[in-house]
Design a protein around this ligand. Structure first.
Ligand SMILES: Nc1ncnc2c1ncn2[C@@H]1O[C@H](COP(=O)(O)OP(=O)(O)O)[C@@H](O)[C@H]1O
Ligand SMILES: [Mg+2]
Length: 277
């Protein structure tokens, strides 16, 4: 069956999630509607506990929703699939494998199971080499994770996720453990990867500046229950550069989103209450 050309890549419709045994009285997600277009870069921000990771894990098929529906390319998501790959905050590289073997790992498993013919293995090798170049680590294919900085390890994790040519790359605070300078480098790298690989990216962060710099749209979520507060179209050209962070439109959007996050997290109310003491 040839897949029909779906109008949107990912469609989240009236999605809800209540964790079993939840006693807070609030759903982790409630009434979430979101469509992500093919090749779009969407970022999710919001206060801690607003359901960002839960939504991403549902998209990855690692968690099941309790109401509504979610689909990728017109097919309901009911578990992990090769069309979607996830990158987590903590690089989950195999310490005993070199950079290149970490990237090839899932292909190796396939080959071992006899699911690949030799031309596939060759193609996979070429793909791994191309990815190594893309992430700027082609000089050190034989290095081991312990020899690499955190930023470099995360590059390898991204290359590994891209190995099977996923249509959608799901990233949960992938640069959260890196220092500010490494993060900037990673931002420009992931934008380059997005253009070069033409993947659709859904990227979770709690860093508003990161969300605006990377996203074509920023989805602001709020907690209790976890839901979408608003969706902002980022008024910046498709080709980003670090200088844009100083533009008035960038600063205004950051201030607006930060204010909304503070409100929804109840911080303003806390401060107001302190003022009354
Ligand atoms: N495995 C789980 N079991 C029970 N509750 C969970 C689980 N994972 C997340 N939650 C709850 O769901 C809500 C959303 O969590 P999460 O998606 O991790 O938020 P975020 O990533 O935005 O910080 C929180 O209230 C959290 O406590
Ligand atoms: Mg989270």
């Amino acid at each position: 069956m040839t897949p029909t050309s779906a109008p949107s890549k990912v469609i989240v419709s009236n999605l809800g999630k209540v964790f079993e045994g939840n006693t807070s009285g609030y759903a982790a997600l409630e009434g979430v509607n979101l469509t992500v277009e093919d090749n779009e870069f969407v970022t999710l921000v919001g206060a801690s506990g607003c359901g960002k990771s839960t939504l991403l894990r549902i998209l990855a098929g690692l968690e099941y929703h309790t109401s509504g529906s979610v689909s990728c390319d017109g097919r309901a998501i009911s578990g992990p699939g090769a069309d979607r790959a996830m990158v987590f905050q903590h690089y989950s590289l195999y310490p005993w494998l070199s950079v290149i073997d970490n990237i090839k790992f899932s292909r190796k498993l396939k080959a071992n199971r006899g699911e690949m013919v030799s031309s596939d293995v060759e193609a996979a090798s070429g793909r791994a080499d191309a990815l190594l170049k893309l992430i700027g680590l082609d000089k050190v294919p034989g290095a081991y994770p312990r020899q690499l900085s955190g930023g470099m390890q995360q590059r390898v994790a991204i290359a590994r996720a891209l190995m099977g040519r996923p249509k959608v790359l799901l990233m949960d605070e992938p640069f959260g453990a890196l220092d500010a300078q490494s993060r900037e480098v990673m931002h420009d790298l992931i934008l380059h990867i997005h253009r070069a690989e033409k993947t659709t990216i859904v990227f979770v962060t709690h860093d508003v500046e990161e969300a605006i710099y990377l996203g074509q749209r920023v989805v602001l979520m709020q907690p209790r229950p976890g839901r979408i507060h608003s969706i902002y179209q980022v008024p910046l050209p498709a080709e980003r550069n670090q200088e844009m962070k100083h533009l008035p439109v960038f600063r205004e959007l950051r201030a607006e989103i930060l204010a909304r996050i503070r409100e929804s997290a109840g911080m303003e109310t806390d401060v107001e209450q302190l003022g009354k003491l």
